[in-house]
Every structure is written in C-alpha cells, then in structure tokens.
Write a protein that binds this ligand. Sequence first.
Ligand SMILES: [Zn+2]
Length: 478
Amino acid sequence: MVGKITRGRIVVICLAVALISSEYFLYKYSNWRYAYTEPLNKRYSDFLPKSIPPGNESQYDITLKMDPDGMFNVHSSISIKNTSADPWNELVLYFIPNMFTENNNPKLHEPSKISIDRISIDGNEARFTLDKDKLTVPLNKELVPNRVVVAEVSYQFTLPEGGLRFTKSNGNYYLAQWYPMIATYRDGWNKRDFRLKGETYHTAFSNFKIKYDIPKNFTIVTTSEEDLYPSKSQGHIEANNAKEFFIAILGDHQVVEKKLGNINIRVFSVDKNKNLNDIIEIAYASLEYFQKTIGPYPYKQLDIVLDESGMEYPGIVTANSINGSSSIGTDALRRMVVHEIAHQWFYGIISNDPFTDAWLDEGITELAAGMFYSDYFDEDIAFEEEQYVHLPLPVNLPLDKYSKNQSSYIYGKSTAMLWKVFEQNGGKTTVEDFLKTYFNTYQYKEVDTKEFIRFLKYYLNITDNSLFSGWLVLDDKE
Ligand SMILES: [Zn+2]
C-alpha cells in the first residue's frame, strides 16, 4: 500500500534528492574532501610539526684520489657542530667500508683493503677505535652544545668485489657510504649495528665539497648536480642539504640525456644491450608526476645508473638487481627506477631513520609510485591487504626484530595497510593531496612513526587508532 504523500514529505524528499545529487556531483567532479572545509593553508595553520632533531650539523670537505690500480686515497675534513643539549666526550661515526674487509666479511671473493693513517681533532692527532662499522674518536676536551669541532681522517681503501653498494664490478666502481659519516645524536649517539639487509645507517642533511682526481679513462657520476658529461678527470663538486654523497666511477658505458624544464635527466648503463630510451621515458614521466603531485625536485640533475642493486642516493639512483642478484627484467627495471626516483622525496627530502622506521620511506615511496603507475600504465591501484594476512607482526619494528620476511613487511604490508587507510578516506585524490601537504610540512626534517601518525590523523581528521591496529605499534597516548 502506498501512503498518502503530504506536502511536508514532498519538500523533505526534494531536499534529500537535491542534497544527494549535489554531493554526487561534488564527489565526481571535484576534490570533495575539501568542498566542505576551509582552504588548505588555513586548515593546517594550527598544526605544529614536531620533527626529530639530528643532534648535529656537519660539513664535509673531502679530497678523493683514485689510482689506476683501484686504490683510493681520501682526506676528509668534517666540521661538526653539536646541536644537541648534551656535552660530548666522543664522536661516533659510521665507517662502512670496514664491513667489507676480510676480517669482517670472510666470504667475499675479493675483500676490501682499508687503512686509516691518521685522525685529528682540531689539528691534534687523536686516538680512535674502529669496531665493525663504528668509528669512535674520544675528545680530549668536552664539546659543549653549539660548539664546533673539526675532525680530519686520512685513509686508503680498495673496493670489494661483490660488496653491497660499496663495491666494484667489471671495472666499474661504486662508492656508497665510502667516507666516515657522523651519526645522529638523540639521548646518546644513534648508531646501530650494521646489517647486510636494509639500511642500517642514518645521517643528517649535510653539505659536501668534494675534490676528485680519477684516471683519464673513467667517467664520474655523483650526487652533485654539477658533474658534467663527459666528466673531467679532476674536478671540484658540491652538494648541499644532502643525506649522503654517492659516486659512481664508470668504465665503458652508454648514456642518454633528456631535459625536463631545467632538470637534466641522465641514464647511464654499463650494459650495452640495455634500452636506455625506455628507461629515460618513464624516468621523465615519473619525475614530472612527482614534481606536480608532491613538490619540486631539489637539484638540476637526476642521474640513473643501470647497474648494481636498486638504491636511492640524493640526486642519483642505481637500478639493475635486488640485493646483488642477477638483473631483473625490463618491466621490473622500469618500476625499480620509478621507486628509487620517488625516494628523492621520501628519504632525500623528508628523512626518517631507516633502521627504526624503514616502513616510512619505503611504504610512502611505494604508495607514491603506485599512484603514478595508475596513471602511466592505466592500471588499478592494487595494494591488497589479503596478500599479507600471513604476516602477524607490525610493520614499524626496528630491522633487527624481523628474522624473515623483512621486505614483505617494510615494502608490502606497510603499503597495503597505508592504502587501506586512504581508500576509506577518499582514495587516490586524498593520497595525492596528502603527499603534497606532508612534503610542505616536513621537507628537510626528520619524521618517525609517532609523528607521521600524529600528522596523518590530523590530516584525515581521525581521533582514534583503530585504522592502525594490527599493523603498527603505537603508544597508547598517540
Ligand atoms: Zn626503497
């Protein structure tokens, strides 16, 4: 039986129809999340980011000389300012080359040879201890907050064959984490034990001046935006506000270049059979997308070296294999390049400790790459939670708490669960807007899980932690 429709009911129904259709229209044709809220700037003006201070500020002034036989001579002068609240009686630095010597890595076919000639503090010779990758230099005079000390280290090394990132292969040399890097300082020195899986070093944004001298038949490709092609065998290059400084020294290779605005993209390969045009095409498209979606890429040059394990460094990435195994296929290589390029923002510009919060840069990088793929390959965004139901642990444990499946947690489950949060809150449009806001709020700052979730909850206007239960460990008060 159909009831009698009163005039009041008709008004209510008309209003409801109007509301539903306008909401549908807004949902379909505009960024509806903000259709009913204040403009972005106003909305975020009362949010105060609480980033994690690095505890020091450093400038590296390094001279690097390579002999034709592959011996490197280095003199590194590091000016270090104590920006923590504590006085220091020692400096703690990473010295990762030492992890590839015969002593520390007996399985290597050709281990690295290392010798430290001299360390000085403010010009005076200093004693030091080197244990695995931990270089400790006691200070005769306490370094109080806001004071600067200059540490100088002279050393030689050869690169191992089959190392990790710090390695050589087929006459090409890859210098990753090749100089003593000052650790960050929290309530003490934040130096974790080295591991071959994941990134166990964490450094602050620093300035670098590098003077190099290499044999004539090599090409140098680095973090700096100043290196030219063909490169000179001697030169002086710089990089500012960079977490580290990577150098590739290549023998025979092929190269292609392409400009995106004032950014020069270069793709190098030591494998003459690789199709570089294919790679530069997707590098160009992803750089364009990430700049538009997240924020500006900070350098005038982006280098992609198609050799070695997939890895991000400021201004330069490597891609060819996973953890030193054989080369991956063309499609996987394209995706690896995009992933490493996305790291330029999430690692290169927004920092996090990759030992304690590896999921943060990896998960957000994967999420950003997924948004790009959905446009570029016209594919569905498919980060599926079901794939990870067999993984019971949270994704934000320190690396030494994962005995197996570390990558499935850090890259896979983290991204799927993050996507699920966004999927319930507007989907791709929200992710893209979030990435831009996150970038604007935390560029050149460090974030940890706690701060990231505080910001995400504020952004999505969420008050409880139910969306994070089962995949993140959070303090009760967050
Ligand atoms: Zn990554």
